[in-house]
Design a protein around this ligand. Structure first.
Ligand SMILES: Nc1nc2c(ncn2[C@@H]2O[C@H](COP(=O)(O)OP(=O)(O)OP(=O)(O)O)[C@@H](O)[C@H]2O)c(=O)[nH]1
Ligand SMILES: [Mg+2]
Length: 446
């Protein structure tokens, strides 16, 4: 028989109210042992909880009968006073009555196993609990509501239709030319291929909303990168001195800009150096910058020659920050600005040490991030797992398209594999280790 599990569902520590959930076949029996007469399902009722003849607390009870519950099992919620001793006494009593402390994500895993939600929706639940920004909240809520699953289901349906046509071509012994019959599947496959390509081109958007848009500050030593970081963060996150080569490690600061999570990284000034520690810092700076979504190339406006050559990782669309405008020569800056704007960089003037400099930079970044991450459609991937399955499906689909006219059976097999790759997003056919990995990232009680 399935275990009956319990856990504190609210945050640990002192609080006004704490919620303890119990789920599994013995939920009602265990609740009755604590509260005497059971309340009707879905009706909040006050009961005194007693264990071994000792009163534990006066609690509000909510009882759910399967399958109409979060987990799809019989379950009970105890809303008790949120004192540590109250919660501990209740948890100890539940354990003595034969329930077991739930593992991380076990309630949601049971909901998944009972068909209450699919794996993508379950991931949405975890993301909603972790959401710290407005954009993360919106995206996670959409995912819980099935926005991601619906996209994949539609694509899968298109594949199933194409597969039916291909199978018909294979199965018709009277047809002389099964390839011609199979050709009927081609338009649908082509349309799907176009949609998958568009989705893959946009594949990082959902992950960036969830994990943060990555911005790297790079440039020569002493250009003022750490000063700008501190200005953006509104605290002394990085050490600033007039010694060139002050920053060695990559310093990542999470920010919320325009409702989006952003990770800004200050990095070591890039130069040739014999110092092994600094050299390692330069290597890390370059690596972080390469993988970032946007690079801010910071140039000391007083030493405007720094802008003669751009660092290797700077590419079209990145930003040039002409810093130290308070001590720089305006004409020289204008000249440099014009040149790099022509070469495809967005150029901003700033004085990191002023209050307006970082403020204007923050506003410009906020609008850039919002443009990059907002979209008309729900993103096709919010985790790496989704992106990997999507690109796997695309490869099978491409192979199927090239085989349709030649080897119908091979094409059919590839369409089947593409559908399976998409089905794995919803977790229906995923192996145990994938499920274990997803649910282990949940908190206990969810
Ligand atoms: N006048 C002026 N000085 C600035 C400005 N921004 C930074 N500085 C000064 O420039 C020096 C270097 O600043 P940092 O922020 O440490 O420069 P960095 O680019 O992080 O340098 P490294 O970590 O060595 O690569 C410090 O003395 C800052 O006070 C500015 O806008 N105007
Ligand atoms: Mg620095």
């Amino acid at each position: 028989m399935t275990d009956t599990i319990f856990a504190l569902a609210t945050a640990a520590g002192r609080s006004a109210v704490a919620v303890v959930r119990v789920s599994g076949p013995r939920s009602s029996e265990i609740a009755a042992a604590l509260c005497g007469r059971l309340p009707s399902p879905r009706l909040a009722s006050v009961r005194t909880l007693k264990h071994n003849g000792v009163a534990l607390d006066a609690a509000l009870l909510l009882r759910f009968e399967k399958p109409a519950s979060y987990t799809g099992e019989d379950s009970v919620e105890f809303h008790v006073h949120g004192g540590r001793a109250v919660v501990e006494a209740l948890l100890a009593a539940l354990s003595e009555l034969g329930a077991r402390l739930a593992e991380a994500g076990e309630f949601t895993r049971r909901a998944f196993e009972n068909g209450k939600l699919d794996l993508a929706q379950a991931e949405g639940v975890a993301d909603l609990i972790d959401a710290e920004t407005e954009a993360q909240r919106r995206q996670a809520l959409g995912q819980v509501g099935g926005a991601l699953s619906q996209r994949y289901d539609r694509w899968r349906d298109l594949l199933v239709q194409a597969l039916a046509m291909l199978e018909a071509a294979v199965d018709f012994p009277d047809e002389d030319l099964p390839e011609e019959v199979a050709e009927r599947a081609r338009p649908g496959l082509r349309q799907l291929s176009a949609e998958l390509n568009a989705a893959l081109a946009d594949v990082s958007r959902g992950r960036r909303v969830r994990d943060g848009f990555r911005i790297a500050l790079i440039g020569a030593p002493n250009a003022g990168k750490s000063t700008l970081l501190n200005g953006l963060a509104e605290r002394d996150a990085a050490i600033v001195t007039d010694v060139a080569g002050t920053t060695r490690d990559v310093i990542e600061v999470p920010l919320v800009l325009g409702g989006y999570k952003v990770l800004v990284a200050d990095t070591a000034g890039i130069r040739e150096t014999a110092d092994v520690i600094e050299a390692e810092g330069v290597r890390r700076a370059k690596a972080w910058a390469e993988a970032a979504d946007l690079r801010l190339w910071v140039v000391d406006g007083f030493h405007v020659k720094q802008a003669d050559a751009r660092p290797e990782s700077i590419r079209v669309g990145d930003w040039l920050i002409l810093n130290k405008t308070d001590i720089a020569d305006a004409d020289a800056l204008a000249h440099v600005a014009e040149r790099w704007a022509r070469e495809g960089l967005t150029v901003l003037h700033a004085a990191g040490t002023s209050s307006e400099g970082p403020e204007a930079l923050r506003a410009a970044l906020a609008s850039h991030v919002a443009d990059a991450l907002s979209g008309a459609e729900f993103p096709a991937a919010t985790r790496l797992r989704h992106a990997e399955r999507l690109s796997e499906a695309r490869s099978y689909l491409e192979r199927a398209l090239s085989d349709v006219g030649l080897e119908v059976e091979l094409a059919a097999e590839d369409v089947r594999l593409a559908a399976r790759a998409l089905e794995r997003i919803s977790g229906r056919i995923d192996p145990e280790d994938v499920l274990g990995r997803v649910f282990s990232t949940f908190c206990i009680g969810k």
